[in-house]
Design a protein around this ligand. Sequence first.
Ligand SMILES: Cc1cc2nc3c(=O)[nH]c(=O)nc-3n(C[C@H](O)[C@H](O)[C@H](O)COP(=O)(O)OP(=O)(O)OC[C@H]3O[C@@H](n4cnc5c(N)ncnc54)[C@H](O)[C@@H]3O)c2cc1C
Ligand SMILES: NC(=O)c1ccc[n+]([C@@H]2O[C@H](COP(=O)([O-])OP(=O)(O)OC[C@H]3O[C@@H](n4cnc5c(N)ncnc54)[C@H](O)[C@@H]3O)[C@@H](O)[C@H]2O)c1
Length: 449
Amino acid sequence: MGKNYDLIVIGSGTAAMVGAMRVRAAGRTVAVVDFRPYGGTCALRGCDPKKMMISGASAVDHAVRMCGKGVAGDVRIAWSDLMAFKRGFTDPVPDKHEARYEEKGIDTYHGRARLTGPNSLEIDEERLTFENLLIAAGAEPVTLGIRGEQHLVTNEGFLELDRLPRRVILVGGGYIAAEFSHLAARAGAEVTILQRGDRLLPQFDADVVGWLMDSFRRLGVDVRLETTVERIEAEGDGFKVHARAPGETFSIDADLVIHAAGRRPALADLGLDAAGIEHDDGRLALNGYLQSVSNPAVYAAGDAAEVGPPLTPVSSHDAKVVAANILNGNAERPNYLGVPSVAFTLPPIARVGMTERQAKDEGLHYRVQSRKASDWFTSRAAAEPVYGFKVLVEDGTERVLGAHLVGPNVDEVINLFALAIRHGLTADDLKATMFAYPTGASDIGSMLG
Ligand SMILES: Cc1cc2nc3c(=O)[nH]c(=O)nc-3n(C[C@H](O)[C@H](O)[C@H](O)COP(=O)(O)OP(=O)(O)OC[C@H]3O[C@@H](n4cnc5c(N)ncnc54)[C@H](O)[C@@H]3O)c2cc1C
Ligand SMILES: NC(=O)c1ccc[n+]([C@@H]2O[C@H](COP(=O)([O-])OP(=O)(O)OC[C@H]3O[C@@H](n4cnc5c(N)ncnc54)[C@H](O)[C@@H]3O)[C@@H](O)[C@H]2O)c1
């Protein structure tokens, strides 16, 4: 039998790093395993590289908006330079992360972990046993079950392109489609979004998304709603994408077709059954402590657990909960109150807390402050006409229930609403706070009425 560890962590992303470090700090023996380079989705294939690329798109977008308002001359994205800028951040990540584990005395393994029993797994030829296991294996793109699926490029492929092709299609209309379409269109591609749902970004407030749609039109992104992709055919150097919309079927030619149709926990090849880990429809069956209901040695966190929204701060939060439960016995449950979320379109859209539907369903009495605010100073100073908000405040208690924002700086301003929601600050508390002027935050008082 191979080495035994107090904790083995499957994955090397955000959840893995936080969980492994905390358990190791308490003096336990810990090993981490990943079959990809160390660092996980956020640092290597998601949030960070995407944001580096969007920095370039955002600079160009700002210059274009200011054109004729005191800024002159052409600016454009130089894709390969922008990619090099991104790689300047991502390339060192795997070595840095692995070194951090090693410095702390955490053993690192490379390969695909496969469970072989309730307390054992193998990585290629190596056999290991554990007192506890943390499944932090993240998520992977859903399988669409369509012909030609193999032609789809995932987020990973898109964020590694040496050259951006001319005609780009995004299959799906959530976060990835919204963010990648703005980046690709600003970099000069002809972009089409084929979204099965009846609007883009269903995770965000419908009215606020409605205001954001002006930016898609301005960028020339062709958005087709209620459209399901049925088949992708290779044709010449490119592809023909066949889709169905109400009352019609049609096809569009493209040089690149990107998967933006959702992700699900990456559990398929883990060997869950061999370890007696109950799962249903691709999801782990977990109790309120993020522990397997059928194998008490096993916990899960982040995208693999999919208990909270699949976002980086949630992965980190889950891992803290799991580490505490492993070290001290089950006592902590995750608390997702006031988790903010931003889609980094140009401009960004953000949300935190309840939607109107959720507040209604909970029978709460509340007021809504909402308007398009293109005439406000923030909007005018940024030369960005897309600016608006919807804020929900509970009658009587004055608790902030939810905030939904679009426009300049809202990716930062949303964090102040998150602070208020998570820590029970009232609308009056926020209004009594002096925010530096003129900043995005200095609009909060007016948003609250
Ligand atoms: C394009 C994109 C952009 C995003 N942007 C944002 C953003 O701006 N803000 C935000 O909050 N969130 C964003 N997210 C979501 C965020 O990246 C994830 O929620 C977060 O990274 C999940 O972290 P994790 O630790 O749970 O899993 P991951 O970071 O995905 O780590 C899982 C690791 O497990 C490994 N693994 C899987 N199976 C095995 C196995 N059997 N053996 C060994 N290793 C295995 C994988 O290789 C992977 O490295 C984005 C996601 C994508 C795809
Ligand atoms: N800024 C961020 O925080 C950020 C950015 C990117 C990704 N992410 C995370 O990654 C996850 C995955 O992102 P995503 O954009 O792939 O998924 P998503 O769940 O946001 O959106 C997927 C969309 O694809 C549509 N769809 C599904 N199948 C389709 C088909 N066959 N044809 C046409 N449309 C189809 C669905 O209607 C859905 O709206 C998100 O849930 C999010 O948590 C976060």
